[in-house]
Design a protein around this ligand. Structure first.
Ligand SMILES: Cc1ncc(COP(=O)(O)O)c(C=O)c1O
Length: 472
């Protein structure tokens, strides 16, 4: 292997071109044009297997539910299901897609802060595994709805435990200042109030620390908080919970083998390079909780408990690559030193993929490792200003804030020409699932390299008609 980002049999350089699972990225572009997403089914399975190893280090059953919000194209949902994973959905739309992809009700959990009655009806009617409840008001609605449908539904109450994670502020979800969940005291009151409900099975409590969490310690802290709450609920209401849901948030290393990230601040580097094994985090968390249970003579509360996880990013992010072509090139003078009024030249590359397809460089200051797919083995040292196609000054892949959160330039081989295909790595999560047709741009095709190494088109590129499909 010639480049530090290569991963044997998955991401490799052959004939100087990027290959995914042995398939040439350039061949796929010749067949499908750019922008183009490529996903690897093998990598998805590998990631799910890695997460499921957590089952070997705890003394209770584990249920891993893929967070569909990270990427929910049908072909991906089917691949996740084939890999033996359950699913977490965040809306009636995702629930519908999960059922259509073949997930059974028992495999589905349903999150969300603003669920509508029709969504609750759909979830209850599908006999899903559990609805994660975001407020006391929502619990009342679920009770009423289940009663009307003459059904009983399992619920899990989402707590806001005041755990801070050193991740991006938009990805923090466990603080009082965030919009999610209910305070532990409110939850306790709900358990008291609905203890005898004929329509609710008050089964669990839930939290989600945040996404791309740099430290595994948060999982021990979170699990201990959940256990203390579980104990209190038992002590004060007699309800013995049957599951605990620790959420998702396991990170992936966005800058593995990426020299240009060496200029990042320590804090940014810590977040983008976070790379702990989920099983290690869960093993430590389980040990912490067991100790807490022993100390409070409450080990019996761990009997028959099930642990739920709902990871998205750690399943799909590094399984996806976005291919984009250079469509325009500009040379622009730049003032390198105000004092000397010296000018040099910036080489600008304008591509066909912007924040319509990736996390925005402005709102999220997100970063993706960039390489030339066509010349993957060449030295990547020439500095370019890289930007997308959108009519928005923030549609760039470098720092425009002067805050040093992104690099000033993106290194690629020298002499990039119009038509050269570039690849953004680790692009699978929160990209296509948040993509838009902004500026009348087509949502792109997606190819999944299946488990046998065969490329399968799982989404065709939009057509003109798709741009106006619902306009009247
Ligand atoms: C409640 C909940 N569960 C799971 C996830 C998935 O997180 P991640 O993709 O970081 O694993 C999220 C996303 O932030 C979430 O809000």
């Amino acid at each position: 292997m010639t480049q530090p980002w290569e991963i044997e049999t998955f991401l490799e350089i052959r004939n100087n071109q990027l290959h995914v699972d042995g398939v040439s990225a350039i061949d796929l572009v010749n067949d499908h044009a750019t922008p183009l997403f490529i996903f690897s089914e093998k990598r998805i399975r590998h990631n799910i297997t890695r997460l499921k190893r957590a089952a070997d280090v705890i003394d209770c059953p584990l249920k891993v539910c893929y967070a569909a919000k990270a990427m929910s194209t049908m072909g991906i949902l089917r691949a996740v299901k084939e890999a033996g994973c359950d699913i977490e959905v965040n809306s009636g739309g995702e629930l519908w897609k999960a059922l259509k992809a073949g997930f059974a009700g028992e495999q589905i959990i349903f999150n969300g802060t603003s669920k509508e009655i029709w969504e609750l009806e759909a979830a209850i009617s599908a006999n899903i595994y559990a609805i994660q409840v975001d407020s006391p008001l929502e619990l009342a609605l679920i009770d009423e709805t289940a009663q009307r449908l003459n059904k009983k539904i399992r619920v899990s109450l989402r707590l806001v435990p005041e755990i801070e994670s050193a991740t991006h502020h938009g990805l923090q979800t466990a603080l009082l200042t965030s919009k999610f969940g209910m305070m532990p005291d409110e939850a306790l009151e709900c358990f008291r109030q609905y203890k005898d409900s004929q329509n609710l099975d008050l089964a669990g409590i839930h939290l989600h620390i945040g996404s791309q969490n740099p430290s595994s310690a948060g999982y021990s802290e979170a699990f201990e908080i959940l256990f203390l709450n579980l104990h209190k609920i038992y002590a004060e209401t007699g309800i013995k919970l049957s599951h605990i849901n620790l959420g998702g948030g396991f990170p992936i290393n966005y800058i593995a083998g990426d020299e240009s990230a060496e200029t990042f601040s320590e804090e940014r580097k810590e977040m983008f390079s976070a790379d702990f094994d989920p099983a290690d985090a869960i093993e430590n968390a389980w040990r912490t909780v067991k100790r807490a249970a022993e100390n409070s003579n409450a080990l019996h509360l761990l009997d028959d408990l099930e642990l739920l996880l709902e990871p998205g990013r750690s399943i799909i992010a590094d399984a996806g690559v976005l291919l984009t072509s250079v469509r325009n090139i500009k040379l622009r003078p730049v003032q390198t030193s105000a004092a000397s009024d010296q000018r040099s030249i910036d080489h600008w590359l304008l591509t066909d993929a912007g924040f319509n397809l990736t996390l925005s460089m402005v709102t999220y200051q997100w970063y993706y490792h960039l390489i030339s797919a066509a010349r993957a083995g060449d030295e990547h040292r020439f500095p370019y200003k890289l930007a997308g196609p959108l009519c928005d000054g923030g549609d760039v892949y470098f720092d425009i804030e002067g805050a040093g959160r992104l690099p000033d330039h993106r290194p690629l081989p020298e002499n990039v020409q119009v038509g050269e295909v570039l690849a953004m790595l680790n692009c699978g999560a929160y990209t296509m699932s948040q993509a838009s047709q902004y500026n009348g741009r087509f949502l792109p095709a997606i190819v999944l390299i299946d488990y046998d190494g065969k490329p399968k088109l799982i989404r065709k590129c939009d057509t003109f008609e798709d741009l106006v499909a619902n306009d009247l």
